[in-house]
Design a protein around this ligand. Structure first.
Ligand code: SF4
Length: 98
């Protein structure tokens, strides 16, 4: 195994153990239950509600799996929820209630 393989494996393990990413993955899985397109994607204009204000269109046509914007948003929500001392929801629909 090369040094690069070792490093990649290390990075992979690090990513999997990161509780923020783990939680974000779980929320994305719950989104899949309810939505075909990203819940933050405006079907009419093609805008991304998360990027709203920057005038940006969703560059992914609402395909949210692996979207870095969605992941960054969820990681930010994780920090906000933790900072408030509240319990993390595990279903996307409960996220707006926290
Ligand atoms: S950029 Fe990502 S978060 Fe925004 S609408 Fe598109 S898929 Fe959803």
């Amino acid at each position: 195994m090369s040094d690069e393989d070792d490093f990649n494996e290390f990075e992979l393990k690090k990513d999997i153990k990161d509780p923020k990413r783990k939680w974000a993955d779980r929320i994305v899985k719950s989104i899949k239950i309810y939505y075909k397109k990203c819940p933050y994607f405006d079907l009419h204009s093609g805008d991304c509600f998360i990027m709203e204000g920057e005038g940006d269109k969703c560059p992914r046509d609402g395909k949210y799996e692996g979207c870095p914007v969605l992941e960054a948003f969820l990681v930010k929500r994780y920090d906000e929820i933790k900072a408030k001392g509240k319990t993390l929801p595990y279903d996307f629909r409960d996220l707006a209630l926290v």
